[in-house]
Design a protein around this ligand. Sequence first.
Ligand code: BTN
Length: 244
Amino acid sequence: LGKQVHFVETVDSTQKEAHRISQDGCMEGTLVIAEEQTAGRGRMARNWHSPKYTGIWMSIILKPELPPYRAPQFTLIAAVAIVEAVEEITGIQPEIKWPNDLLIKGKKITGILTELQADADQIHALIIGIGMNVNQSEFPKEIEKIATSLAIEKGEKISRALLIQRILEKLEFYYEMYVEEGFYPIKQLWEKYAISIGKQIIARTINKEIKGKAIGITDDGVLKLKDENGVIHEIYSADIELGS
Ligand code: BTN
């Protein structure tokens, strides 16, 4: 991964840029990276705060020969790769909050956004967007209670170049493992790094709220939640609030 690099100083969103590049045709593993995003985007149409020179704002274009329903697994593959990369570089192991948040002491340091170009039975391009708060020393008021950076947690600046390199190596390693051995070994690691598993949570979707215990993920990367009545729900997309 990252043999082809598309670097831009300022861009609306590396994710959008990756969609454009991919439509024009590019090699698998192309990395789109920027110093600043003016319209960085998160899940559920949220904004992603992406100030200049402080974080890692990048999107990786993969072309797995798989049906689109396998796409959510890639968010989990990326999460495992990033947890290990961050731990190796900083000595701090972030925890994963399903599906795509990496937290340190309950505050977010990384978000992952997986998007597709696909038809009904084949992925044409899978774009993994990674936003990592690395060297910010402060955050805007609206997010200061929920966001943190590696530098704040570690007490010193961290090399973004080293992190990017390690993330790409790890992602390539787990992507190859996934192609050869399937999702199971990665699922095991994911469950090891996840905080939500075994805990009471509230899963909020646009029109409902389900309370219960997170009991694991399915082989497709879907969250399994057991409610008070013992009914098991499969959650495809939701915001998760951690209970006690
Ligand atoms: C989330 O937690 O909601 C996902 C956030 C993903 C942010 C990254 S930053 C690089 C890439 N470009 C974007 O516009 N978004 C992703």
